[in-house]
Design a protein around this ligand. Structure first.
Ligand code: ZN
Length: 421
């Protein structure tokens, strides 16, 4: 759990503090003077209270890529204080949703490789630093679990940097170490394509998991204190990394494969290993990863696109218009907030409450579940969990308590390995 510091407004005056202390010491609870928002029947009040106690940590948001695409990576050209209806993220909605900490993804596509991948990733890291400089009253760079807690206590959104794909390091441990120095605190071992040293779940398996160099990457990440992220990797890469890693690992934006049979989701046997090794799955909102009908629909639509391309080679215009009429006849089913909560239920059953987090993938997805349309809706997920009977303690673990525990352990393993390699 996180530190037990409390910010209850009723405790601000010394008199009430004294009353509270007396009651605590005498073991009395339920005093009307000190009605705790955590016991409120109004679930929104309770959700807000819990989010004030423990930061809601989101594992993945692609806003930096949107800033690159829409504003050439110049934060001053896209005013996040204003409503940005084309995005899932802006400051008013971040505040409305109650977000406490964000791993900003410094994603770059796998089509970028070599030294260009290193440069582009650095430019993406710069975007996150620019955000913190440009909005110092909103974002603060966080490099440690303690930094997250401190930023949250000050009402700032702790801003962490997550690299999405091992292609960013161009096969160099030196580059990996320098990304850590620049602030990166997790790296997803692959994105949608294999790296030479790790298989992706959406590519043909090549090395059968991690290569010997891939194992070295994981060990070096352990040593320097960077979280190993297994979203996007093949199931064999997951198992290899879990075997090799000396610190707990994360899935920054994945859900449960037993509920939605998508390769991006985590199979039950891996959930069980995760439970033994203290890692977490930060449950994602990607519609085709959380709803089986949406997943199957996506496959059918892709098959139709492939068929049309075979029928009309080199005529992308016809393919697009025919695919549009197919889509008109076959409307896309919708995922919902409730689907996302079902994944949380499942991971709770298989791995346990201590192995769950939240990893939206906002601004990296083109469609969203009903009820989780943008960053202002995080609190609605919290309300849903309370409605489903999760206790305050459980909800705080899911919000950020689990991630903070994992991050602290990663930091401990690192300091141990740095002093006694
Ligand atoms: Zn992703």
């Amino acid at each position: 759990m996180t530190s037990g510091r409390t910010h209850h407004p009723a405790l601000r005056t010394p008199l009430l503090l004294l009353v509270a202390l007396t009651l605590t010491l005498s073991g009395t609870t339920g005093c009307s003077l000190l009605t705790d928002d955590g016991d409120s029947d109004d679930l929104e009040v309770r959700a807000r209270y819990l989010m004030s106690q423990t930061p809601l940590v989101d594992g993945h948001n692609d806003l930096p890529w949107q800033i690159r695409k829409r504003a050439d990576g110049d934060v001053t050209k896209l005013d996040l204080r204003q409503s940005q209806p084309e995005l899932h993220t802006d400051i008013p909605r971040l505040r409305a949703g109650g977000l406490g900490a964000q791993f900003w993804s410094v994603f770059i596509p796998t089509s970028i490789s070599g030294t260009e991948a290193v440069q582009t990733t650095l430019e993406q890291i710069d975007v996150v630093h620019q955000m913190a400089r440009h909005y110092p009253d909103v974002f603060r760079i966080a490099l440690t679990a303690k930094d997250i807690e401190r930023a949250h206590e000050r009402g700032l959104i702790a801003s962490l940097i997550g690299m999405e794909g091992g292609h960013s390091i161009n096969g160099s441990l030196q580059v990996l170490r320098m990304f850590y120095e620049a602030g990166a605190r997790y790296m997803t071992l692959t994105h949608s394509k294999n790296t030479p040293w790790a298989d992706s779940c959406t590519d043909e398996p090549k090395v059968g998991g991690l290569s010997p160099f891939g194992e070295k990457v994981v060990r070096e990440m352990n040593r320097i204190g960077m979280l190993v992220d297994l979203s996007h990797v093949s199931a064999d890469t997951m198992r290899d990394a879990l075997r090799v890693s000396r610190a707990p690992i994360i899935f920054s934006h994945s859900s449960a494969r037993a509920i939605t049979d998508h390769v991006r989701d985590v199979p039950d046997d891996v959930l069980k290993i995760l439970s033994r090794t203290d890692g977490i799955v930060m449950v994602t909102f990607v519609p085709s990863f959380v709803n089986e009908e949406v997943r199957i629909y996506g496959e059918l639509r892709q098959a139709e696109r492939d068929r049309l391309r075979t029928m009309h080679p080199a005529d992308e215009q016809t393919v697009t218009s025919k695919l549009q009429s197919w889509t008109d006849q076959n409307p896309r089913p919708q995922a919902t907030l409730s689907d996302v909560a079902d994944h949380i239920d499942h991971i709770n059953e298989v791995a346990g409450i201590e192995h769950i987090g939240i990893g939206s993938d906002f601004d990296g997805i083109s469609s969203v579940p009903v009820g989780l349309e943008d960053v202002s809706r995080f609190k609605d997920l919290v309300i849903e969990l309370l409605e489903r009977g999760y206790s305050n303690h459980d909800v705080r673990l899911i919000l950020g308590g689990n991630l903070l525990r994992v991050m602290k352990k990663v930091e401990r393993v690192s300091s141990m390995m740095r002093t006694r390699p």
